[in-house]
Design a protein around this ligand. Structure first.
Ligand SMILES: Nc1ncnc2c1ncn2[C@@H]1O[C@H](COP(=O)(O)OP(=O)(O)OP(=O)(O)O)[C@@H](O)[C@H]1O
Length: 325
């Protein structure tokens, strides 16, 4: 859906993006993460066709963003990190203006306003002017403006900033719903726990380079694109048992990462059937197993691990479709 090739972007005297190449799959939700100044906003602005790169190209749904910006904008919604709202307009007027500006047929605008207001919990605010809204409500209006034309691709730069916990939770629900309807989302945030709730992929940037782009597999493990890493498991016993470590040491497909007499964490390279057989052997050996489950690595852990491996000079770079370089 989004194809970026060799993207290099310079601000005067500063290179913000270095040779970024990336393919984002249709229907994915990509969490765009990275420290302050990593290049997240710059990358989004380039994808939205708002900046002209020094080198490289970006296509969205097969269209070059610089050659066909209007066509791209018809199918794209973009919420900038700093946005403005017309203070004197009501929420309904803001939505109407955004819908008309995006070329929505006039006959569809009233319905689109109602639908968008409902999605964002703004139905009872439609007649209120923006200067009377709290920061969080203004944020919701801005998100509404970005989605009112039903885009195929949505770029959101820090969309949850200023939202209360309830609004953040409903935003996560909205993103899941938009994805279920086939929308492709790219969302930046520094609150990784929040992104974790709805993201299918993680794109980590550092100093203008892609640190890592990976699919997040939410059934208990995360999988680097093009690789099949061992699953990380945790075993708990009902009471301490001195035989545990010897029993695990006898298993060739696992590598213990932490253990004591009552619990162990290990990487296991077998599939689910091999995992079931392993559990049967441990129980069969008389160990009082009371817990045996995948350890889910969350987005925060995954990101910090990417950063640590980068700093150790071992950048992970899968480099193919659904991949990055
Ligand atoms: N207008 C500008 N002129 C010069 N340098 C800029 C400009 N805008 C951004 N930069 C620099 O480009 C780099 C990338 O900035 P960018 O805003 O894309 O980072 P970011 O990852 O979005 O950061 P944050 O998390 O703080 O929002 C930073 O080093 C920043 O200082």
């Amino acid at each position: 859906m989004i194809k970026i090739s060799g993207l290099t972007f310079d601000y005067p005297g500063h290179r913000a993006l270095h040779q970024v190449s990336l393919e984002v799959e249709a229907g994915s939700v990509t969490a765009l993460v990275g420290s302050n100044g990593a290049g997240k906003t710059t990358l989004m602005r380039c994808i939205a066709g708002l900046e002209t790169p020094l080198a490289g190209s970006i296509s969205v749904a097969g269209m070059d963003v610089l050659e066909q910006p209007r066509e791209v904008h018809r199918i794209m919604g973009y919420l900038s990190d700093f946005y403005g709202l017309y203070q004197a307009l009501t929420v309904a007027q803001c939505f109407e203006y955004a819908a008309a500006a995006q070329g929505l047929p006039e006959a569809e605008i009233a319905q689109a306003i109602q639908t968008t207001a409902r999605q964002l919990g703004l139905s009872d605010r439609l007649q209120q002017t923006c200067d009377k809204l709290s920061r969080g409500l203004r944020q919701r209006v801005a998100i509404g403006q970005a989605i009112i034309h039903g885009p195929k691709i949505l770029l959101l730069d820090e969309p949850a900033s200023g939202l209360d916990p309830e609004a953040r939770a409903s935003l996560a629900g909205l993103f899941r719903q938009l994805q279920a309807n086939g929308m492709t989302l790219l969302v930046s945030s520094h609150i990784l726990a929040e992104l974790d709730e709805y993201s299918s992929h993680m794109l980590a940037l550092r100093e203008g380079r892609v640190l890592e782009y990976r699919a997040l597999v939410h059934n208990g493990s995360q999988q680097a694109l093009g690789q099949s890493p061992p699953r990380s498991l945790r075993l708990m016993l009902a009471q301490p048992d001195a035989r545990l470590q010897a029993q695990l040491a006898a298993e060739p497909a696992l590598q213990v990462t932490a253990s004591d007499e009552r619990s162990a964490e290990f990487n296991f390279s077998g599939d689910e059937h091999a995992q079931a057989a392993l559990l049967a052997r441990l129980v069969g050996a008389g160990l009082p197993v009371c817990g045996f489950a995948d350890q889910k690595e969350n987005l925060q852990q995954s990101y910090l691990r990417s950063v640590a491996s980068y700093e150790n000079g071992q950048t992970s770079n899968p480099g193919k479709s659904g991949s990055a370089s």
